[in-house]
Design a binder for this molecule. Structure first.
Ligand SMILES: CCCSCc1cc(N)cc2c(=O)[nH]c(N)nc12
Length: 369
């Protein structure tokens, strides 16, 4: 099997677990945070810097790469790993989510989704088969089934019909997937309805995927509702397969996701907010661009071991951001990614030492959302 999950330690009191994910491009400790590199680059970061800070698996987007430069060109280059010179793990999303979130004009039918390119307005079409073919050409280690992310809010009838179609699409993706060196993950939907979440898990598990993503969350719902869906859904998934919570997240959501037994996370948040000067600390977010940091010669976070915190002050970083110096957003990006990658490592160690609940309590005692 291209991707295998190895359970190392389960927390004795919660769903939290420490594991390893074996892939064709390396073995990675879980829980893991996966930086997003939408267009075959984690913005402002070099592959060397990503490797140095401990990144293991990065994400790219089928929707964007299909439109530009085209999956055929990436295949001609030898696949994504060669094209972007990254020898770690790569996961690609299937494109459905981006079609729904980027394309204002789209038409969903049983066959697939017709949409307008956000680049040149050209009419495009993605089907489960096409999305799978594109991802096989891109060559990621883990690829995602083509799904519809049920919008929030959605009524029960819409959520049911959409989720049932996502399952039929998942079966078609499975039928079209012929690369033995890639793992195709199913994506659980069901909106905010426990009965539909159970139905989606039941139907996808019967198709026997090597891993399962939980989709349709982190789509604007209250965090407590996301946690309620996780509490219901994760225990229904196979223990010996990886669980991936899509689009999450911030440190608080990562802690609660790990609590419920999630192994893999991704989110554009840390890199996106870094570019406008918001950085993460153990006490919560800090907008280093603000005037209050003009003469603050301390590092962003004195407990952080990243290149940024070892070499530069808040005052200097604020100066770079205010003057729109490119180095400024590189420094904040380095910090935010390092912070989350190492936050996961600390959580994993706490699980292994069976003190995850103490870790969680300590986190919440310091963290201001
Ligand atoms: C590179 C981005 C990966 S995660 C994008 C994402 C994020 C969120 N929040 C939900 C979904 C979903 O339901 N389906 C799919 N394919 N993707 C989702």
């Amino acid at each position: 099997m291209a991707v295998q999950y190895e359970l190392i330690k389960r927390c004795s009191k919660t769903g939290a677990r420490a594991g390893r994910l074996h892939t064709p491009h390396g073995t990675f400790d879980t829980p893991i945070f996966m930086p997003v590199g939408t267009q075959a680059t984690v913005k402002a970061m070099s592959p060397h810097e990503l490797k140095e800070m401990g990144a293991g698996i990065i994400l790219s987007n089928t929707y964007h790469l299909y439109l530009r430069p085209g999956h055929e060109l990436v295949a001609e280059a030898g696949g994504l790993h060669k094209f972007m010179n990254w020898d770690g793990g790569i996961l690609t999303d299937s494109g459905g989510f981006q079609v729904f979130s980027l394309g204002p004009l789209r038409k969903i039918t049983e066959e697939g989704v017709t949409f307008r390119s956000h680049i040149d307005g050209s009419k495009q079409f993605l089907s489960p088969e096409r999305a799978t073919e594109v991802q096989m050409a891109l060559g990621a280690d883990i690829i995602m089934a083509f799904d519809e992310c049920v919008p929030y809010p959605a009524d029960h009838d819409y959520a049911r019909k959409s989720t049932e179609r996502t399952t039929r699409w998942a079966e078609r993706c499975k039928g079209a997937h012929t690369r033995a060196d890639q793992a195709l993950f199913g994506i659980v939907q069901g909106g905010m309805y426990k009965d539909l979440r159970s139905m989606s898990v039941r139907d996808l598990v019967s198709l026997d995927f090597p891993g399962y993503a939980i989709g349709g969350l982190s789509v604007g719902e209250p965090k407590d509702l996301m946690y309620e869906m996780l509490e219901h859904t994760v225990p229904l998934l196979p223990v010996n397969k990886p669980r991936y919570l899509m689009g999450v997240g911030t440190p608080d959501c990562l802690v609660e996701g790990v609590l419920h037994g999630i192994d893999m996370f991704d989110c554009v948040f840390p890199t996106r907010v870094a570019r406008n000067g918001t950085v993460m600390t153990h006490q919560g977010r800090l907008v280093v661009k603000n005037a209050e940091y003009t003469r603050d010669f301390r590092p962003i976070d004195s407990d952080c071991g990243c290149y940024t915190c070892r070499n530069f002050s808040r005052a200097y970083i604020r100066h770079l951001l205010k003057t729109e110096e490119i180095f400024g957003l590189r420094l904040t990006t380095i910090h935010n990614l390092y912070f989350l990658i190492h936050f996961m490592k600390k959580m994993r160690q706490a699980i292994i030492e069976d003190r995850f609940l103490e870790f969680r309590a300590e986190f919440w005692s310091q963290y201001q959302k």
